[in-house]
Design a binder for this molecule. Structure first.
Ligand code: KIV
Ligand code: ZN
Length: 572
């Protein structure tokens, strides 16, 4: 058996990699909804956003946020434009209680912002929660109890009627307890969550929410929030959308309720579920920055808002300084934002592959010249500059890259645009370098490679000095000193311009045929320090072409240097 066969056999018989025991799991039963309408809907405006970073996000951290970190996160959420912020679970945590008191007593809640507090359906917790929010202007009292079929059976051992009774009773207690707050001037909204909604029979979810509404007595202009969590994501997002459409159709007095969604991400589709849920008729979204939260996290509000933005919809959040959002989020949660995190990760606007780089370059040129303000760049769903990124970082070079990437780096970092034939010569050199180095080549490394290949070319010739002057008949003469190996050679030539005169002198002194077949020169940067770059090609008697490049503040010097570089390349 050869080594390859042996390694295949090893994989097949590996002790840790076994056939998966899929029979252990049951498929989620979809709800029957044949006439669903949500697939035809388009999301045309932002939902009401509610950040649950300081509660659901915080309670899932290895190290929950310190009071200062909570404050930092809270300040960021205000800056991002959240108008509803779940600030904690004050009856369950003294830190949360103290934080809620602090932002109320120190007047840190803007008038147009509503704080939300979570509370379980238990009397002593309800009383304590009311103490926590006393003095706030706007409060969402978020009451929850689990309604899931499984939890009723194995955890609470309660019938449907008993669970409805529990929720209705708790609502009554909240109503009695908040009366004092309302009298003192606090505007109180009730949010009710049938926790584990997606694992609850839909008719029961409607029944319990209707029972809570009956006790609370919401009005069309003073609505209750019904928050329908996918506490554990259990099925494809279309099933969540079906559940929501079913619920909304069957809920009595729908016009007195705000339908809110609270998705988790166990199957990796928390954002998709919230999006389809909006299509199914929901009004409000709870979620966290970058999806921090229990287990696989919550709905990522940044991704969801940016998805809207990328469709030309105002996300109604201010996300233009993504690096700052990442920095504060990482500092408060101590969880790094992944390099592939949509819209925010270090690599999400970066192309390494040659064909992508080429398309981005062309797309950018199109946007600059002809797209009339619309963003139409292949491989870049949005303009990185809109989230504080830099267009330059969209292209990075490794062994997968091609001439488009090399051209992009030289143009955007060094102001050098190369003729296609120079690029064709240079990009294999870059590719080889990257293969040898085994990774990414930073712009400076690419520039150094360019300099040694085309500018400071090793070879026998070196320009020492020169003088050019006008002579009769509109001609120029050039006297130059050239170092050839260890010797100094004087060059004298005449021609229609300095380049002509220099070439003429070189041909005589060096006794070699030289013809300039391509020449371009342009300014590299503006201002008094402006440098000129000369890119030039010569041919020998066999019509082989040699490019050379020269850079100098003086245009003639740049041209002469490029000639010497081209001759050295010929002799190399
Ligand atoms: O995921 C969940 O169900 C929750 C509730 C408390 C709303 O966080
Ligand atoms: Zn949750």
């Amino acid at each position: 058996m050869n080594a390859e066969d042996q390694s295949i056999t090893n994989v097949q018989t590996s002790a840790s990699m076994k056939k998966m025991p899929f029979q252990k799991y049951k498929a989620f039963t979809p709800i029957p909804l044949k006439d669903r309408t949500w697939p035809d809907q388009v999301i045309s405006h932002a939902p009401r956003w509610c950040s649950v970073d300081l509660r659901d996000g915080n309670q899932a951290l290895v190290e929950p946020m310190t009071p200062n970190e909570k404050q930092r996160m809270y300040d960021l959420l205000l800056e991002l434009g959240f108008k509803e912020i779940e600030v904690g679970f004050p009856a369950a945590s003294q830190t949360d209680f103290d934080f809620v008191r602090r932002i109320i007593e120190e007047d840190m809640i803007p008038d147009d912002v509503t704080i939300q507090v979570l509370c379980q359906a238990r009397e002593e917790l309800i009383t304590r929660t009311c103490e926590a929010v006393a003095g706030a202007k706007n409060v969402i009292f978020h009451l929850y109890n689990s309604t899931s079929t499984l939890q009723r059976k194995v955890v609470f051992k309660m019938s449907r009627e008993e669970v409805i009774e529990l929720a209705a009773n708790a609502t009554k207690i909240v109503k009695t307890n908040v009366a004092g707050l309302i009298a003192a001037g606090t505007r109180v909204t009730l949010e009710y969550s049938p926790e584990s909604y997606t694992a609850t029979e839909m008719d029961f979810a409607v029944e319990i929410c209707a029972a809570v509404m009956k006790v609370w007595e919401p009005e069309v202009d003073n609505k209750i929030i019904l928050n329908l969590p996918s506490t554990v994501e259990m099925a494809t997002p279309n099933i969540y959308a079906d559940q929501l459409e079913w619920f909304i159709r069957h809920l009595p007095e729908r016009d007195k309720a705000v339908i809110s969604l609270h998705t988790h991400n166990d199957r990796g589709t928390g954002v998709a579920a919230s999006e389809l849920g909006l299509m199914a008729g929901a009004d409000r979204i709870e979620g966290t920055l970058f999806g921090n939260g229990e287990r696989t996290g919550n709905c990522d509000v940044i991704t969801m808002a940016m998805n809207l933005f990328s469709q030309g919809v105002d996300p109604e959040l201010y996300l233009s300084d993504m690096p700052k959002i990442v920095e504060i989020s990482e500092a408060c949660t101590k969880i790094p934002v992944h390099v592939r995190q949509p819209y925010a990760g270090d690599l999400v606007f970066t192309a390494f592959s040659g064909s992508h780089q080429d398309a981005i370059r062309k797309g950018m040129a199109f946007v600059e010249s002809g797209s009339e303000g619309a963003w139409e760049v292949p491989y870049l769903p949005i303009d990185p500059a809109d989230v504080g990124g830099s267009y330059r970082e969209t292209v990075r070079v490794n062994s997968q890259s091609g001439k488009g990437g090399v051209a992009f780096i030289l143009e955007n970092y060094f102001g050098v645009s190369l003729p296609r034939s120079v690029l064709l010569e240079f990009s294999p050199i870059v590719q080889q370098l990257s293969e040898v180095n085994g990774g990414e080549l930073k712009p400076d490394v690419i520039w150094q490679a360019f300099v040694s290949e085309f500018i400071d070319v090793e070879g026998p010739y070196q320009l020492i000095d020169y003088a050019v002057k006008s002579i009769p008949d509109d001609r120029e003469c050039c006297d130059a000193n050239i170092k050839v190996a260890e010797n100094q050679v004087e060059v004298h030539g005449e021609g229609s311009g300095p380049i002509d005169a220099f070439i003429e002198g070189l041909m005589q002194a060096l006794n070699e045929p030289l013809t300039v077949v391509e020449y371009q020169e342009y300014a590299l940067n503006e201002g008094s320090e402006a440098q000129a770059i000369s890119i030039l090609a010569i041919t020998d008697d066999k019509q082989n072409k040699y490019y050379g490049v020269g850079i100098s503040q003086n245009t003639t010097t740049a041209a002469f240097k490029s000639i010497i570089a081209a001759i050295n390349r010929k002799w190399r």
